[in-house]
Ligand binder design. Sequence first.
Ligand code: PEP
Length: 254
Amino acid sequence: MRTPIVGGNWKMHTTRAEALALLVALRDGLADLGGVEVAVFPPAPWLGDASNILEGSNVAVGVQNVYWEPRGAFTGEQSAAMLVGAARHVLVGHSERRHVFGETDADVSRKLRSILDAGLHPVLAVGELQEERDAGATMDVLRRQLDGALTGLDELPTTLVVAYEPVWAIGTGRTATPEAAQEACAAVRSMVAERFEAAAASGLRVQYGGSVTPQNIEVLAAQPDIDGALVGGASLNAEAFIAICRALAAAKRI
Ligand code: PEP
């Protein structure tokens, strides 16, 4: 059985006051919830606040980005090693990093390695553009992004989570159908099984991300290869995010 995992990617949103209120609401609102792992990814300036407020709670802290070098003359960047103690999870390969900031598969691979080397838990995002889906290239894109990120690894890291996030569904209100999301998440698992061992891949947690809301989470969570959600917009609303976490815990309860 795979424990479901939900991530809340706040992107570059929230004032400090909004962040503090959201952190407290999530800590308190999720205090009684078991059977699901929850992480929030606030903007870097609020990481200290997040660590303090969420310490000992059911909600882990994640970061949205790292650079692969451990230290050096890299103005504006932060290394994975610097985040040890402040965060547990790190997003890597998010479509906004790939398509707004031009990160390549090779960059994603270097970042993933540095996250693993630091002992942090990577959430690797993969997903196709609308034109790639229209051209029937979704599976090729997923394979290229997975192969690119996982190159050089002898074993599947047990801490790795993969988030399937079709780019056309992110922040658009256009969620993938449960069938399309299931197909892609199952494909991610079988591509990982081909690369490593089937047994390891069967333990891999694969999230769906792309306009997840309390209204659509139930049908998505009912899919056998969807083990959680990576949530952007709805993670900025405590009530909505808590509802998503509760729906996932309920759907995956044995
Ligand atoms: C995301 O940022 O990863 C995301 C899925 O955003 P949204 O839920 O707003 O589509």
